[in-house]
Design a protein around this ligand. Sequence first.
Ligand code: SF4
Ligand code: SF4
Length: 455
Amino acid sequence: MMGRWQKGFLNLFGKKSFSHGIHPPEHKMQTSHLPIRRMAFPPIFHIQLEQHIGKPAIPIVTKGQEVLRGEVIARADGFVSVPIHAPATGIIKEIALRPTVHGPKAPTIILEPYVADGQAVMVDDPVDMELLSNKEFVQRVQDCGLVGLGGAAFPSHVKLAVPEGTKIDTFIANGCECEPYLTTDHRVMLEYTDDLIKGTLMCMKNVGAKRAIIGIEDNKLDAAEVIRDRLPEDSPIEVAVLKTKYPQGADKMLMKALLGREVPAGVRSYKYGVVSNNVGTLAYMGRLLERGEGLIERVITVAGPGVERPGNYIVSIGTPLKYLLEQAGAKVNQAEEVIMGGPMMGHAVASLDIAITKSTSGVIVFDEAAIKSETRKTYPCIKCGECVSVCPIHLNPSMLGQLAAKRQFDVMADKYHLNDCFECGCCTYVCPSNIPLVQYFRVAKAVNREQAAQQ
Ligand code: SF4
Ligand code: SF4
């Protein structure tokens, strides 16, 4: 019978992946070797009520109220929503509209921390996780305010709430982190290894999976080795090393790469016997669930040519972007571009008056020189088919692009599966005519959504 090391060795040579996709320059060397360190509290917090996919939380505090670090300040609004906890002990200054990464202003709790306070986290309700029923476990994940920390920010408890009787054979821990520049998950796997294993075991038990696979790309072999080293010989968790390829970090791509199972767009993966979660989220589950603490901070990669002190920082939720940039030594004026998230799927910020949310996996700053080298003229489509050959879900981006130019957004959705596009940006990346295809698709989806809402 093969031992753990032999299996790991074979894994390195029989590396799996999915079809199509791209290999953009990784740019991870700037921060991948830098240990996680804590960023100081800002003088003021801007805590957006809209922190994730789903319904924004509802505030339960008022102006002038004192709050303790870790206390719930906004409650979940229904099932696809999570509460928000105070990132610091202090006083609520106001609840006001503030800009968001997506543009429009949204309700935000403004909190001023007490400078002289010890800032201990208010520990709520420690329990023995072994004693919780599946329903209680899911409730606890929601109560701790956990969302997917890989960037998608889908409430974690919703992913774990599989209908009774569903057979889940595999739990996947997603450690691909395929976006250029980002090294958050890499450092979490190296430094929060025991928390990751603990969180993975808890989730496996909850969904009834007999095995778990931690999927890691081959540009993070040190993380794979550290985790393998910590797992006992008879562990139900295995580590699989995959070929580095973008966008393997998308759950459905990873599932295809690891298990060969293809999940159609709009269908939940549990219907195919799999539940998955990002490694960072699992590590925070391992850290927080037992003690019943809320998610009040996260690890963020701050990198790019415009950053003097790049790194992987523990940043409190609600930290203003301007303060974070200042701490990381990024002087931003009009010549620079700031991306929240990775450069492929992240968003260029329209205002620096936004703040860090639970969904912020990275902040990337491009300086004037980097922007100039990327700014290229757009030409007509030459029908080369490059975009078709890289689309990981086998759409026809060329045709979608032409329909977008004619504003035939309804045809894009009805005949060419626009809504299946998960905006990975592979098509834009390879297009020799520099057509901003993914931007076209975002606009088309937004227009269709607006029209559907008016009907
Ligand atoms: S952005 Fe959409 S259309 Fe373009 S490659 Fe990705 S999934 Fe395909
Ligand atoms: S890659 Fe660009 S130029 Fe080539 S077919 Fe697609 S849209 Fe046209």
